[in-house]
Design a protein around this ligand. Sequence first.
Ligand SMILES: [Zn+2]
Length: 96
Amino acid sequence: MPASKHTPIRTCVACRTAAPKRGLMRVVRTPEGTVVVDPMGKMAGRGAYLCRNLSCVQAALKGKKLERSLKVALPAETAQVLLQMAAQAEKEVTRS
Ligand SMILES: [Zn+2]
C-alpha cells in the first residue's frame, strides 16, 4: 500500500512498526496531565500510538512504554479502554 503524503505515518510504541495514523490507536496526554484514548485522533496534546492488537497493548502496558513516551502515569482506566479496543478490533478481524 503506497503511503500518500496525505496519510500521516506514526510508529507504534510497542513494536516500533510504522503505520498510517488511522490504523493505530492514539493515546494523548491532555493539558490537565492525564492520559486518555483519542478515538478520533483530534485531541490536542502529546500523542503516542499503538497498533490495534492485544499483543502491542499488553507489551506497551507491561513495558510502561506509554508512560515513557508521554512522561506521565497511565491511568488504569485508560489501560482498560485500550485493552477493550484492541480486543474489539481482533474480534472484527476474526469475523471477516
Ligand atoms: Zn505495534
